[in-house]
Design a protein around this ligand. Sequence first.
Ligand code: NDP
Length: 304
Amino acid sequence: MTAEVIDGQAYAKILKDEVQLAITQILENGVNCGLATVMVGSDYAALAYERRLRRLAGQLGVDYRHYWLGPEVTLDAVVRVVRQLNTDPAVHGILVLRPLPAHVSEAEVFQALDPCKDIESVHPENAGLLALGTPRFVPSTPASVFHILDGWLDAVGEDRADFYRRSTIVVVGRSNNVGKPTVSLGYARNAVVVSCDEWASRTGRLAEHTRLADVLVVATGVVGLIRGEHVCDGAVVLDVGINPVTDEATGKVHMVGDVDFTTVAAKARAITPVPGGIGPVTDVWLMRNTAAAAAGSLQSASGR
Ligand code: NDP
């Protein structure tokens, strides 16, 4: 079997048109749609993500602000920036870019966020709501995984509810921002969900689990972790990984996923590429959540 390559750009384009419409309506009601990003240090992938968000915000009419803090900044200073943004009525969504340096506690920064502006659901209240199946905001990367999967099922004429009920979804990687919320969204679709972490690899049991997958979601940051021998024939594989790799000959940096595309595509039914798979939808979904936060503030301002 040679896998169908799922075009994430195409899904992103359709979603972008929908988000554009929502933002236009918000602006017509006299409310801005404000997104603030906070970044500490100069991680390569985070810088690239920030640039993409800035450009997309400009295209969609989102009022975008970026706060860059040097790598020596204290936890208190980061928390102060977040609290200022919490009380700024022109800011509706706040994204704290990862990674933060080791001396700046991610948990404490996330707890400082106003949950109503926490568009990635990293505040414990929002993470809890998501785990309970009643999310305030569905975080952008796990949302994109299922947005693409749902869309692809529609395109191939599979009944979504039936497909998920008879499927095993295996999620490799269990970070708070990607792996765990992906598991919660899989539960919400009544699939059997299996979660694998680094110990599954270290104990030599990773392939035993991943070969069970009808749907395999990989989010580890380990280049080429999943190879042909890890998947069974006909699996649908969603590669979340975005890893910068430097070409030794040219010195140029390009992005690769966590999945070895060639060997996996030879067995899978469908696969998302890197780049051009999950990433483009993630960016637009963040704007969707920003618009939802702005619309929420519009409702509370008008008493509706
Ligand atoms: P984290 O580093 O926060 O988490 C990585 C997870 O992978 C951990 O749960 C870790 O296990 C697990 N893991 C590490 N090595 C292995 C292994 N050998 N076998 C099995 N599991 C392993 O990363 P993120 O979740 O933030 O990101 C993962 C990848 O996704 C990165 O490449 C990142 O750039 C990309 N990404 C892409 C996005 C997109 O929009 N496409 C958005 C966000 C991230 P343990 O818990 O045991 O440590």
